[in-house]
Design a protein around this ligand. Structure first.
Ligand code: FRU
Length: 507
């Protein structure tokens, strides 16, 4: 009897506590504007994705994080993990500011050969290479306040130790000297660091991640220079058996639709220098809300890209509650060739299908105006919309809610542009440039056409023509968009239009 008198209250307490935790978890991720199929931090500020590395079946995602405020401040590395790239669990903060500075952006690698010696007795270390930002040095007017440092983990990313020899790369006197992206260069059997150094990229090499030698510089007279170069990446993509190097360079401001954006160069890298095969500027995403995007390391030939879904122009004033900003859908990168030009294509990762619910498909539609939700049912949450047509013509897809707010997405044949217009999509007053219509070129005359939209509570991502044109936009309606209307000239014949509601990834 005595036993039972204790067990019951304990069991009841445990059940209640469990329920409370569950409710807290649900509330945490279901506030107004909270993305349901995109990663966002429970609370506080987030900007760039950092240190993305795949190890032993887990995708690690670190991120620029100010846990105590919803505006940018002393940077930490937040941490989240996932087995499938769509369901994320936030983990304890991985890296805290220390006497060398706050923790700016960087990357992480699997040091499989234990070149650092951080692994003991056969352990394989995960090594993070990041920028230490020394605010005191900056305030004192010095130019050398950003340096590169290491931290390592020998327990699969659970705990991190800063290297006692930090910084491993001192600053030669360049104010913007940051965001190291490190990868293993097999032909040279060494590490290559791609570093953003103000208006160009600097490449360094190292046998052990601790001792670095400068190899070369790239880009002073190449690409877009409307702002400072940040968060680079360097990797290869396969084009029909041919290995093409891609150098990603984020830029702020100076993007194609204002503010922050991601440009890239295609070319060759020989372990010492990068030689581009073009001089013009190429953008990975034309929308205003993909920035600081880079790829996961240790994913073999598969290249998975993830960006911050905001823009420095207004990131600190967007109308969300206890957290600020989300990341894009992870995207798989590939290459296409148009003429002599290689273009990077991005598509939502196939794992996103894990969230798909039963879809409604309409076939062979020709109509000037059609309320699609009469046929597919109203949306009650995030959704994926896939459209195919044998021939692309001008059209506008209007997403709207009961408050009459609307987002327009479409294609303008005369201008040969895709567009997204968020001027009437809800709250826009918080920043003067936010209410805008954005455009992106179509890169192919090829038909048939395919378009994919990933719609969440506060964002849409457009992937057109197999991912040749990509646009990411955020918006803040009073309630999520639930109706879809299509307008077009009667020449636009849609072969299939599929609306797939998506489950929340937080459930
Ligand atoms: C890019 C960036 C990086 C820097 C980090 C600071 O958004 O400015 O260059 O490391 O954010 O939070």
């Amino acid at each position: 009897m005595k036993k039972f008198s204790w067990i019951l209250p304990i069991a009841l307490f445990a059940a209640c506590a469990g329920r409370e935790e569950q409710t807290a978890q649900q509330q945490d991720y279901h506030e107004p504007h909270r993305p349901q199929v995109h990663f966002s931090p429970k609370r506080g500020w987030m900007n760039d994705p950092n240190g993305m590395v795949y190890f032993n079946g887990t995708y690690h995602l670190f991120f620029q994080h100010n846990p105590d405020s919803t505006v940018w401040g002393p940077m930490h590395w937040g941490h989240a993990t996932s087995k499938d790239l769509v369901h994320w669990a936030e983990q304890p903060i991985a890296l805290y500011p220390d006497s060398l500075g706050t923790i700016f952006s960087g990357s992480a690698v699997v040091d499989a050969n234990n070149t650092t010696g951080f692994g003991k007795q056969g352990q394989i270390p995960l090594v993070a290479i990041f920028t230490h930002h020394n605010t005191a040095g900056e305030k004192a007017g010095r130019a050398d306040f950003q340096t590169q440092s290491l931290a390592y983990s020998v327990d699969e990313g659970k705990t991190w130790t800063k290297y006692s020899g930090n910084p491993v790369l001192r600053n030669p006197g360049i104010r913007d000297f940051r965001d190291p992206k490190v990868s293993w260069f097999e032909p040279g059997k060494n590490w290559i660091m791609t570093l953003a150094t103000s208006d160009h990229i600097s490449f360094y090499s190292s046998p052990n991640l601790k001792d670095w030698t400068k190899e070369s510089e790239f880009g002073k007279e190449m690409g877009a220079h409307g702002g400072v170069w940040e968060c680079p990446d360097l990797f290869t993509l396969d084009y029909k058996g041919e290995k093409i190097w891609v150098l990603v360079v984020n830029l702020n401001p100076g993007g194609p639709n204002q503010g922050s954006a991601t440009q890239y160069f295609t070319g060759q890298f020989d372990g010492h220098r990068f030689t581009p095969n073009h001089t013009g500027t190429k953008w990975l995403d034309y929308g205003p809300d993909e920035y600081a995007g880079i790829t996961w390391s240790n994913t073999g030939d598969r290249k998975i890209f993830l960006g911050w879904m905001s823009n420095w122009q207004y990131a600190g004033v967007v109308p969300t509650g206890k957290w600020r900003s989300a990341l894009t859908i992870p995207r798989e990168l590939g290459l296409e060739k148009t003429g002599n030009d290689y273009l990077v294509v991005s598509r939502p990762v196939k794992e996103l299908d894990l969230l798909a619910e039963k879809s409604a498909t309409l076939s062979n539609i020709t109509a000037t105006t059609i309320d699609l939700t009469q046929k597919t049912g109203k949306l009650s949450g995030p959704a994926r919309i896939d459209i195919t047509s044998d021939k692309l013509e001008s059209f506008t897809l209007t997403l709207s809610n009961d408050a009459g707010e609307k987002l327009l997405i479409g294609y303008d044949k005369a201008a040969n542009n895709y567009f997204i217009d968020r001027r009437m999509a809800g709250e826009v007053q918080f920043e003067k440039g936010f209410a805008a219509k954005h455009t992106a070129p179509r890169f192919t005359g090829r038909d048939p056409v395919d378009l994919t939209l990933i719609l969440d509570n506060a964002s849409v991502e457009l992937f057109a023509d197999g991912g040749l044109t990509v646009m990411t936009e955020i918006f803040f309606p009073q309630s999520p968009f639930s109706s879809i209307r299509l307008q077009s000239g009667n020449r636009f014949k849609i072969k299939s239009l599929q609306v797939s509601p998506m489950k929340s990834s937080w459930q």
